[in-house]
Design a protein. Structure first.
Length: 112
């Protein structure tokens, strides 16, 4: 497994995800969304796996701005510009991805 965890250092859900993989001795690549963001290719890969709406953090301060954008591509641009609007953690395993704390799905990845 090639696991990447996109998250924020102060995000409780991100810390839980990191701990879940660490307890199972699965090597992960941690990427701080606030510091490094997400490339367009990574974002599109995750978007294809989970859908655009799953990536939007409704609790983020500026998430209201996204509701007024009519086109998905405008929303994508805004999310790439401001990674604080992306719900965390985003966990990637190749072309598969999850958003939020999803241990059931990660468990299924281990069985493959």
């Amino acid at each position: 497994m090639n696991i990447q965890i996109f998250g924020r250092s102060k995000c409780f859900e991100t810390k839980k995800a990191q701990r879940w993989f660490k307890e199972r001795r699965i090597k992960v690549q941690d990427i701080d969304l606030k510091k490094y963001g997400m490339s367009r290719g990574e974002f599109n890969s995750v978007r294809q796996a989970v859908g655009l709406e799953a990536l939007i953090d409704d609790t983020a301060q500026d998430s209201v701005l996204l509701q007024h954008l009519a086109y998905d591509e405008d929303k994508v641009e805004k999310l790439l510009e401001n990674p604080a609007l992306i719900r965390t953690p985003v966990v990637r395993n190749g072309r598969k991805a999850t958003v939020g704390y999803q241990p059931q799905i990660w468990e299924s990845w281990m069985k493959e």
